[in-house]
Design a binder for this molecule. Structure first.
Ligand code: MG
Length: 255
C-alpha cells in the first residue's frame, strides 16, 4: 500500500534526512586508502549512538538475506555493487566504494547512498560515478507532482542508455516512511507517463546503480553482498525525496 504523508509529517522527516546526509558526508570524508570497512561501520555506529537514531540495517532480515545483517552500513567495493556487508577489508589505491545508510530518527526513516574512488582513480570509474549521480539528478527533476512513477524510472533509464550502460531491474528505489522499504517499488528504467501518479506526500528513495559492462549480479557467499556477474565495477547514488506541491524536496541533500 502506498502511503502519502502530510506536509507536517514531511517536516517531521527532515531530521532523519539531515542526519543521514551528515553520516554519508562523514563516511565519504573518512574513506581513504588504508581505511578498514569495519572502521567505516564503527564510525556510522558511533554517530547513530550520539544521535539516538535507530539503525534500519542491524537486525534487518528480509526474505533475500541469509541471516540478520548485523552491521549499520552497507559498504560495496569494486565488483560488489549493492548490499555490501562490511567485513575486515582495508581499502586499497583505486578502489571504488559505495556506502548506503538508512536509519530512523524520531520514528521516520531516511535512506541515502554515495560512491567514491579512494586514492588514484581510474577515469572510467569516475565516469561511472558521474553517470550514476546524473541519473539520480534527472530522476529527482522528474519527481514532480502530477507526473507518474514511470517518469522517474524513465529518467534514470535514459541516462543509463545514453551512456551505453545496462540497467538491472531487480533492485531499485522504494517508498520510505516509518520503515525503510515500502511501496511503491521504483524501477531504474520504465516508460514515461505510466504507473502511480506522483501525488504530494509521496516519499521515495530513488537509487540508480550501474555496472560498467553488465546488468547481471550474483550473491556473494556472505549471503548479502551483490556482485556484478562479470566482475566489472559498480556505482550507486541514492536520495530520499518527498514529492511536495512545490516539487521534489531532497530530504537527504548534502552541501
Ligand atoms: Mg539505501
Amino acid at each position: 500500500m502506498i502511503e502519502l504523508r502530510t506536509p507536517t509529517q514531511i517536516e517531521e522527516m527532515r531530521p532523519a534526512g539531515r542526519f543521514v546526509a551528515s553520516v554519508i558526508d562523514a563516511l565519504i570524508a573518512k574513506a581513504d586508502v588504508g581505511v578498514n570497512l569495519l572502521e567505516l561501520d564503527a564510525l556510522a555506529h558511533e554517530m547513530i549512538r550520539a544521535e539516538g537514531a535507530e539503525s534500519c540495517y542491524i537486525d534487518y532480515h528480509p526474505s533475500f538475506g541469509a541471516s540478520p545483517f548485523g552491521k549499520v552500513l552497507c559498504t560495496s567495493v569494486n565488483d560488489a555493487v549493492l548490499h555490501g556487508l562490511p567485513h575486515d577489508y582495508v581499502l586499497a589505491d583505486g578502489d571504488l566504494l559505495s556506502v548506503d545508510f538508512a536509519v530512523s530518527v524520531d520514528g521516520w526513516v531516511a535512506d541515502s547512498a554515495a560512491s567514491k574512488v579512494v586514492g588514484t582513480p581510474r577515469e572510467e570509474d569516475l565516469q561511472l560515478i558521474e553517470i550514476t549521480e546524473r541519473a539520480l539528478a534527472a530522476a529527482i527533476e522528474a519527481a514532480q507532482p502530477g507526473g507518474r512513477l514511470g517518469d522517474i524510472s524513465y529518467a534514470i533509464g535514459t541516462v543509463a542508455r545514453s551512456a551505453g550502460l545496462g540497467v538491472n531491474l531487480q533492485f531499485g528505489g522504494h517508498g520510505v516512511g516509518r520503515t525503510m522499504h515500502g511501496d511503491p517499488h521504483v524501477p531504474n528504467d520504465g516508460r514515461p507517463g505510466r504507473g502511480f501518479e506522483l501525488k504530494p506526500g509521496l516519499v521515495i528513495a530513488i537509487e540508480p546503480w550501474f555496472m560498467h559492462t553488465t546488468d547481471e549480479i550474483y550473491t556473494d557467499p556472505d549471503g548479502w553482498t551483490l556482485r556484478s556477474q562479470d566482475g566489472s565495477r559498480g556505482a550507486h547514488a541514492e536520495h530520499t525525496v518527498a514529492i511536495t506541491a512545490d516539487g521534489p524536496l531532497v530530504l537527504t541533500a548534502r552541501d
